[in-house]
Each structure stands twice: as C-alpha cells, then as structure tokens.
Design a protein around this ligand. Structure first.
Ligand code: GRF
Length: 207
C-alpha cells in the first residue's frame, strides 16, 4: 500500500501497536507499518508484528554494546528505511535529542493521562494512574502528542477523557484509559498520514 512508512517503537505488550496494525489492515490509515522495534527482549509486541508479517527488530543495549551504539543503530535503520513517522507506543527507553531533532513533528507518543497532569520524567506505567488515584481527580484520559526535547512536552494532537468512579481501582483506570488510547492513537496517525496536522508554535491545528 502506498502512503507513509511508519516505525513503531515498543517495550512491552504492544496493545497500542495492535490498534495501529488493525487500523492499517482495515485501510483507515494511508500507509504501512514498515518495522517494529523493541528495546526489550521478549516484548510481546514483537510477536504481534511477526504475526502480521511486519519486520520486527530487537535493538537492545546488550546486543549493541551500550546505549549510544544502540541509538546510533536505531537512527541508521530509521533513515535507511526512509521512515516518515515514528510512533512511540509504550517505548520506555529515552530517545536521544539528535533523533528527536531529525524527526521534528514526525515522531508521536501516546501518554496515559491528560497532559500536563501526571506526566514528565518518571511518569510511566502504573505510576501515572496511581498518582491520579492518589490525587482524587474525577477525570483522567490519554494524550497523543508530538515529541520534542521536553519529556511529554511536545504539541498535543489529541486528548480524550475518562471518568474515574469512586470505586475504581488502579486496574479499572488503566483499562478505561487503554481503551481510549486504542482509539486516539490510530486516529492521530490517520490524521498525520492524511497531512492534516499542522503544528503552529506549541499547538496543533487539525485541518
Ligand atoms: C500505554 O499505557 C501507553 O500509554 C504507555 O505505555 C503503555 C503501553 O501499553 N506509553 P501497550 O504496550 O501498548 O499495551
């Protein structure tokens, strides 16, 4: 299929990756997932990719002899494959500044809260939802944003909320948020692929 070439970077189960695979297979995204890269051995997302005939690669620091070397290999692969869009879908490694700069407004991330709440350095995984629970917020949600030099600080593309009910525990919140992640991530990629995202300062206009 013609359209943009997407690379998805993961570290874990890859349910967000799956939502993208499904959207591409359904034809709702004008593009293809050219490769899936994990920094963690045994990440189930790699199996998901293989099951759908997508090139899956493990890029861990052990194989490459360090973080610097791994990141150099990452950049080389992205450039060789002429990737148009990088999607961070639960990628827990830090993306170096030189890659972020090369892919300005071409790299997006999904975060499981309403940025700027419960985000930034150290806010990943269950901690995000635990903090929302501790603070007693009545709504939380998910955010898709472009990646810039500030952790979770780039221009916001889409956000959607979920309600936190009094009896919800951490798992309930995680489940609710994940459900909307699976909706807004493919939606954001679809808009990108259609050339409908215009970054103006730190805001995104949807054309
Ligand atoms: C998601 O909650 C995502 O927002 C966060 O990491 C989690 C990844 O889940 N960045 P999965 O691997 O896509 O299932």
């Amino acid at each position: 299929m013609q359209g943009i070439k997407i690379a998805v970077l993961i570290s874990g189960g890859g349910t967000n990756l799956q939502s993208l695979i499904d959207a591409v297979e359904e034809g709702s995204i004008k593009g293809s997932i050219a490769l899936v890269i994990s920094d963690r051995k045994g990440a189930f997302g790699l199996t998901r990719a293989e099951n759908h005939g997508i090139q899956a690669m493990l890029l861990d620091k052990k194989t490459y002899g360090g973080i610097e070397e791994r990141d150099a290999a990452l950049l080389q692969i992205l450039q060789e494959q002429k990737i148009d869009l990088i999607v961070l879908a639960g990628y827990l490694a830090i993306v170096p500044q030189r890659i972020i700069a090369k892919y300005e407004n071409r790299m997006i991330n999904i975060h499981p809260s309403l940025i700027p709440s419960f985000c930034g350095s150290g806010y990943y995984g269950e901690k995000v939802h635990q903090e929302a629970l501790n603070r007693g917020v009545k709504v939380t949600g998910a955010t898709v944003h472009f990646v810039n030099e500030e952790t979770d600080g780039g221009p916001i593309i889409l956000q959607e909320t979920v309600t936190i009910d009094f009896d919800d525990d951490l798992k309930d919140i995680q489940t609710k948020v994940l459900e909307i992640e699976h909706k807004i991530l493919p939606q954001a990629v679809r808009l990108f692929a259609e050339g409908r995202l215009k970054v103006i300062g730190n805001r995104v206009k949807i054309l």
